[in-house]
Design a protein around this ligand. Structure first.
Ligand SMILES: Nc1ncnc2c1ncn2[C@@H]1O[C@H](COP(=O)(O)OP(=O)(O)OP(=O)(O)O)[C@@H](O)[C@H]1O
Length: 634
């Protein structure tokens, strides 16, 4: 029997697994310069560990003391809690292993539910918090005694920023009660972060809403001062709604530095969110993202959260406390997950609810709000259909009946006309108003876009653009016989204004006091600009511009047959005087339309004005003087 040789792949025995080595200096540098935005976070980490330790102790010993004492003096920062404490083994394991935390399950426990449960309970979870203290400390000393194991001796854990630490047991008398004291020795160069006033300020900023009483002692011998200031203003009871409003306004001024137009309660019990949104008193660009203040179980997470509210809610700054949202590892922003997006939606709905309530019951306050924020609201409503539906009726527009909300305007006009430019509006609005036509000036930013969206919100309304041609068509024609009788006059007028590229038409319209209207639309204006450019261009360009001459409608001077002056002018026998009068009418109508004058228009106005003076003085002055004047002009 022969045995078949089996071939085994060449292999070398695996070496025993090695553990990663971590260079503490490198890690501290990483934390201080890249993870945390400022060394100030070390105070937050100290407070957070103390709060978590007290929470853990409460679970096994609800009678235990919960107060936390923070003090700073002589370059030393100390924090003392009566929390759960640590045994020597735990100190080795938790304090010296980067990334290890007692506040989350391990192994099998590390499924989502266990993680969620511990997250709900504790502030910490990453196992890197204490290290942040090396950003300001050269040495960290922890003296701790376990509450879980009363027989265990107190332990001293002493770590220096070179990455070494020692653990030793102390006599029972060194710390008779369970709990932990952490003492930081400031590193040279970081003294500014450990002076008492700074530590107190930081503790107040981060910890004012924490759930246990925290005091601060500056080592000057006075009474320790409270750091915590609970309940939050928005949760306090006030004798009257007015007193509450005043307190909230004061809170906003202290926190954000402005007195709010109004405050909106942000209360989402299911999502564990409570807080308030303050309405900015001054206009702000929607592109500027306001930073919101977010507390997580009382601890200030950030004052610059930019993802808490929908973009359209640019006009508020919010402060909230939550126990469901997750922090990022730097604990300086919110983790943008599904919970946050649901909370964002729900908070957006609260703010919309405030707007809806104002619209329904307090239009004056809504108007005051829109006086400040209408531009921003207009800009955002173009892209947010719910905001559009809610706000569009209330937004202010310039109309032929004055400045008013669309709602008011639509109450009088179901046919809504708009002009695309401010100039068109100025020409058209008075005439349109006299003819019972509602016109809105959509020449301002966002207004044309919004009017185009109006039928989607109010389908019963008809929105049409109005231009010069459409207006002329709506004015009453003059009876044919009358028009025929005036044909010679019209011919004179037309030839006189030919050089201005302007047609002359005769209509009968209101108000009778307006003798003539200068009407042009965008195409006519372009044509006018092209002609002006052609006149001042060199021969090459003038050739090209000339070739572009389109069949665009020309500007129109609409003479009002109802106007007595027009009646008189059209009956003049003196052709020269008729020409001067037509030029004067053109000039006056042009001035009324607030159009910029081209050089040719200024020359015409000049000529017409002097011509009229000439004529007016002609009959009283010596005839030769008038002729001299004519000579001078030549
Ligand atoms: N005051 C304290 N009392 C009891 N245990 C503490 C205290 N401070 C720290 N610890 C223990 O040390 C561990 C590590 O603390 P560290 O601050 O580094 O991380 P963490 O709080 O768990 O998480 P995070 O990185 O989110 O702060 C904690 O999980 C806790 O077990």
């Amino acid at each position: 029997m022969t045995s078949t040789p089996t071939s085994t792949p060449m292999s070398t025995p695996a070496s025993a697994p090695h553990s990663f080595q971590v260079d503490l200096r490198g890690l501290v540098d990483l934390l201080s310069h890249h993870l945390y935005s400022s060394p100030r976070v070390y105070v937050r980490e100290l407070l957070q560990n103390a709060v978590d330790a007290v929470t853990a102790r409460q679970a096994i010993d609800p009678e235990a003391r919960t107060g936390i004492r923070l003090s700073a003096s002589g370059g030393r920062v100390t924090i003392e809690d009566s929390g759960i404490g640590l045994t020597a083994a735990e100190a080795h394991s938790f304090l010296a292993t980067i990334g290890r935390s007692s506040k989350r399950g391990s192994g099998d426990e590390l499924h989502d539910q266990a993680l969620e449960a511990t997250r709900r309970e504790f502030l910490g979870q990453f196992g890197i918090g204490l290290l942040a203290c090396f950003v300001v400390a050269r040495q960290i000393r922890v003296v701790t005694r376990s509450a879980r194991d009363p027989q265990a001796a107190p332990v001293e854990w002493l770590a220096t920023d070179d990455g070494s630490y020692t653990v030793r047991e102390l006599p029972h008398a060194a710390r008779p009660e369970p709990g932990t004291t952490v003492v930081l020795e400031a590193r040279p160069g970081a003294a500014e972060w450990t002076v008492p006033a700074k530590v107190e300020e930081l503790a107040r900023d981060y910890g004012s809403l924490l759930p246990y009483d925290i005091t601060f002692d500056d080592g000057e011998g006075g009474e320790p001062r409270p750091v915590t200031d609970r309940p939050a203003v928005w949760e306090r009871a006030f004798p009257t709604p007015a007193a509450r409003r005043v307190a909230l306004a004061g809170h906003c001024a202290e926190l954000f530095g402005f007195t709010p137009l109004d405050s909106i309660d942000l209360d989402l019990p299911v999502a564990g969110v409570r807080g308030v949104a303050y309405v900015l008193p001054d206009p702000t660009s929607p592109a500027h993202r306001a930073g919101h203040r977010v507390h997580l179980k009382g601890m200030l997470l950030t004052q610059r959260a930019d993802n808490l509210l929908p973009d359209w809610a640019f006009f508020v700054r919010a402060v909230i406390d939550t126990d469901t949202l997750r922090p990022t590892a730097s604990r300086e922003n919110l983790y943008d997950d599904e919970t946050l997006s649901a909370v964002r939606e729900a908070l957006g709905a609260r703010i919309r609810g405030w707007l809806a309530e104002l619209a329904a019951s307090d239009p004056d306050r809504l108007a005051a709000f829109l006086r400040v924020h209408h531009l921003g609201v207009k800009s955002m409503a173009r892209h947010d259909s719910e905001l559009l539906g809610l706000m569009l009726p209330w937004l202010p527009f310039e109309t032929s009946a004055g400045s008013m909300s669309l709602q008011e305007f639509a109450a009088a006009h179901t046919d809504i006309h708009f002009t695309r430019t401010v100039e068109e509006f100025r020409q058209i609005a008075p005439i349109a108003a006299a003819h019972g036509l509602g016109v809105i000036n959509a020449g301002y930013t966002y207004d044309a876009d919004l009017l185009a969206l109006l039928p989607s919100v109010r389908p019963e309304l008809k929105v049409t653009e109005l231009d010069a041609g459409a207006v002329t068509e709506r004015l009453d024609p003059v009876p044919t016989a009358a028009e025929l009788a005036l044909a010679p006059f019209l011919a004179t007028a037309r030839s006189r204004l030919e050089a201005q590229s302007c047609d002359v038409v005769l209509r009968a319209f209101q108000p009778v006091t307006v003798p003539a209207l200068y009407l042009d639309d965008r195409q006519a204006r372009q044509e006018r600009d092209r002609t002006a450019a052609m006149e001042s261009a060199d021969s090459l360009w003038s050739g090209i511009l000339g070739a572009l001459r389109g069949s665009a409608p020309r500007a129109r001077l609409v003479l009002n047959h109802n106007n007595p002056l027009i009646r008189r002018i059209s009956g003049l026998q003196d052709e020269a005087l008729t020409g001067t009068a037509v030029e004067s009418l053109y000039g006056q109508a042009l001035l009324m339309s607030q159009r910029p004058l081209r050089p040719a228009d200024s020359a015409l106005l000049n000529r017409a004005f002097l011509g009229l003076l000439e004529w007016a003085t002609h009959s009283t002055a010596h005839p030769t003087d008038a002729r001299d004047g004519e000579e001078d002009q030549k």
